[in-house]
Design a protein around this ligand. Sequence first.
Ligand SMILES: O=C(O)CCC(=O)C(=O)O
Length: 258
Amino acid sequence: MRASLIQIGVDPDETPESRRARAGALVRAHAGADLIVLPELWPMGAFAYDLFAPEAEALDGPTATAMAAAARDADVWLHAGSIVERTADGDLYNTSLVFAPDGQLAATYRKIHRFGFAKGEKELMEAGEQPVTLAALGTTLGLATCYDLRFPELFRLLVDGGAQVLLLPAGWPEKRRAHWTVLAQARAIESQAYVLACGTAGTHAGVPQAGHSMIIAPDGEILAAAEDAEEQVITADLDLAAVAKYRESFPALKDRQL
Ligand SMILES: O=C(O)CCC(=O)C(=O)O
């Protein structure tokens, strides 16, 4: 299974509308992949708190519509990163969207751990409550978003739900890049699962982004990595059958006591 991560640049000099068109074109340009992953809150930027309410949209809003069309045109599974979702009640969530190759919305995940200390997401958004896994591509995908990476108990629940490939869109800041690399590798190693961690490039709301997106194997080996925080696409071939074999040969998950 071929996976590509699009580390899209999120800078304030581009409108969300223009970025949506560009993201759609990038997805179409990588139509040879089976699975494409975009970052967290890329339409406006994960730290652009003042744009959360103005850019919030329903699950059939402009980002979802554009990404459904891109998934269909490229004939790929598309984890379209996350949007600020506005519900019918007016609540906001940081919601990830996964589209099937026919353009149908196959899964949504509302970020459980909100980032921002007492401000940002904590102040402006509601917390999701439900871990999400979905069957796709002959495996099980587990969904998590950015700050969730710091909470291994969520990843245990995803593994218990059958996840063998963990998808993590993010808008991780450069100043904590060391945590990004170590924690993403740790989640892969302890989950004995692939981790596809896709961050953003550029600087928005004055926060330089870490970039350095990674595709990590179940034994922690980094199979592909962005070399910096510039916009780029990274690709790797995943051996899905190898996950069960690896878990069998090194039975750390089976040896859990708690
Ligand atoms: O945990 C961190 O250091 C960054 C998390 C973050 O930026 C986010 O969840 O949006």
